[in-house]
Design a binder for this molecule. Structure first.
Ligand SMILES: Cc1cc2nc3c(=O)[nH]c(=O)nc-3n(C[C@H](O)[C@H](O)[C@H](O)COP(=O)(O)O)c2cc1C
Length: 323
């Protein structure tokens, strides 16, 4: 897929996930085959840009691949400034968040709450597109609520105001994460505009990715939660879409090596205190399939230092390999 001047290596994209798609995770997903990894959202409120959390989110140093940075907010002028600020800090694509249903974000009328106000959507897009000379992409849900799936209307606004590609999560804001994603609205959107469309929501396997692409006619797919503890899903999916062949799932030795690489990057990026905290949730996802009783995870979550975490994992994998 082409986004402005950028051609993706493949059409499998890492969904932005606040608290998850930090630089270590994006880098790992890219190494394991993702064509693009969008960063966690950054608020358009300049007062928070200096906080540790925002500074971490804006840290793209040494990141390979195209740097796509997501911004969230409801004020067109502030969104334009946030876009400029991020481009000055190295963003090569600016993505606007109109998909997030989180209360904290929607309370400020940002994220998917904006879908209720097509005029404001248009103003924000216009302001951001004219503020920067990099491609601007947009991420939405299919609409505000089930009776008002206005995704097609929003897509047309996006197209006529210069949005370079549009990612659509197949749920409305009202759905939050309940039920199953639907792809019919994504298909309707794809048929009503000619900008590239990215299909998102509940894509959990290479085969599902292919089904969704075939059904919607979308140009690319975006995977979020299914990559938690399973970043190799990008390699598997890209390979399947290109060849029709399923790769074998990684054996335990490879899972160990990927997990160790991931947590070592977390320690480097966040330092040992925060790194140890963030490692806990990732380790629990990686081990879901191997630690049925959750026994190891309970012990692991009580460990306080990175050295303790590393040696506990080494022992855990040695025991698994011996059995
Ligand atoms: C923990 C978490 C954080 C998320 N943060 C963001 C975000 O910062 N920006 C955004 O546009 N979407 C965000 N999303 C939504 C995802 O990008 C994606 O649209 C959604 O999870 C559906 O895709 P999936 O079924 O593949 O997970 C988040 C989702 C989760 C689970």
């Amino acid at each position: 897929m082409q986004i402005g001047q950028y051609k993706l290596e493949n059409n499998v994209i890492v969904a932005p996930m606040a608290g998850i798609t930090d630089r270590p995770f994006r880098q790992l997903c890219r190494r394991l085959g993702a064509g693009l990894a969008v960063s966690e959202m950054l608020s358009s409120n300049p007062d928070v840009w200096k906080t540790e959390k925002s500074m971490n989110r804006m840290d793209h140093s040494g990141e390979s691949g195209i740097r796509a940075v997501q911004i969230a907010g409801a004020d067109p002028e502030l969104m334009a400034q946030a876009a400029q600020f991020n481009v000055a800090n190295g963003a090569q694509i600016v993505d606007i968040n109109m998909g997030c249903p989180a209360k904290k974000v929607n309370k400020k009328l940002a994220g998917s709450a904006l879908l209720q106000y097509p005029d404001l959507v248009e103003e924000i897009i216009k302001a951001v597109v004219s503020a920067v000379d990099v491609p601007v992409t947009l991420k939405i849900r299919t609409g505000w609520d089930t009776d008002n799936r206005n995704g097609v209307e929003i897509a047309k606004i996006a197209e006529r105001n210069g949005i370079a590609s549009l990612a659509v999560h197949g749920r409305t804001k009202a759905c939050m994460y309940k039920g199953e994603a639907e792809y019919q609205t994504i298909r309707d959107i794809k048929r009503s505009v000619s900008i590239p469309i990215v299909a998102n929501g509940d894509i959990t396997s290479p085969e599902k990715a292919k089904q969704v692409l075939d059904y919607t006619g979308a140009d690319a797919i975006m995977i979020g939660r299914a990559a938690q503890g399973r970043p190799w899903i990008f390699r598997e999916t890209a390979h399947y879409l290109q060849t029709g062949e399923l790769l074998p799932t990684p054996d335990i030795a490879e899972v160990r090596s990927i997990l160790m690489e991931h947590i070592n990057h977390l320690f480097e990026f966040y330092g040992s205190v925060m790194g140890v905290r963030i490692a806990r949730k990732h380790v629990s996802w990686y081990l879901q399939a191997h630690d049925n009783e959750g026994q190891f995870r309970r012990v692991f979550n009580a460990l306080e230092t990175n050295n303790q975490q590393v040696s506990a994992l080494e022992k855990y994998f040695e025991t698994l390999a011996a059995n």
